[in-house]
Write a protein that binds this ligand. Sequence first.
Ligand code: ADP
Ligand code: AMP
Length: 215
Amino acid sequence: MKSKIYILIGPPGAGKGTQAKNIANTKGFVLISTGDLLRENVEKKTELGQIAKSFMDKGEFVPIDLVAKIIKANIEQNLNKNGFLFDGFPRDLSQNILLDGMLKEFDLEVDKVIYIDVKDEAILERLTNRRVCPKCKKVYHMKFNKPKKDELCDDCGVALATRDDDKPEVIKNRLATYHKVTHPLVEHFEKLGKVIRIDGSKSPKEVENEIISNI
Ligand code: ADP
Ligand code: AMP
């Protein structure tokens, strides 16, 4: 059976990372989160990570050749799985053309796009209070989704971290870029009848249930 291809789209802070792991686990999909993969490279100080960091810290896109390298390697390694869930890619129409090309090589195509819709007004509070476990990448919020103990990961016990790009001026930049070049992808996939719109303002559990029942 052909691998299914799902894409998560939404503004920064919509809750994509919060939902991605659970959806992938429930559906048996391989999760390809370009943000997580790039941050891993930054932490390990790989050559790719050192170049990527300067772009990420400013909230700018990392050069596409670097992103493409990471994605292609991940697709090739996992072709026999149920499917793939992309988080953070494609991020504009040109990246979508690239994805289409890669998928065609493996006789695959995008099945559905899960669009998590959250209004701009909520984004700043979500991102300035975001904490992430550096080990398992689980996402927390210091008001809406607090860890059980201080600032430690519930699962790993590791001290939670703040992302370098969750600063108000960088968040503004990322949100403006989202509206300018990423959101048009939602319109593109709507024309193809592939968009599942999810109200991301509901609780994380409600959002998860809505996504799972729709795919
Ligand atoms: P994204 O991956 O889309 O940038 P995250 O999943 O990292 O977003 O979520 C951003 C912040 O919002 C995190 O602090 C997370 O805990 C919080 N968050 C995620 N989903 C919800 C929700 N449904 N309601 C309230 N806060 C949420
Ligand atoms: P995210 O974790 O999706 O919020 O991504 C964090 C940062 O990683 C972005 O602000 C970009 O700098 C970089 N990034 C993630 N995915 C991509 C992509 N598909 N293309 C270019 N840069 C990306």
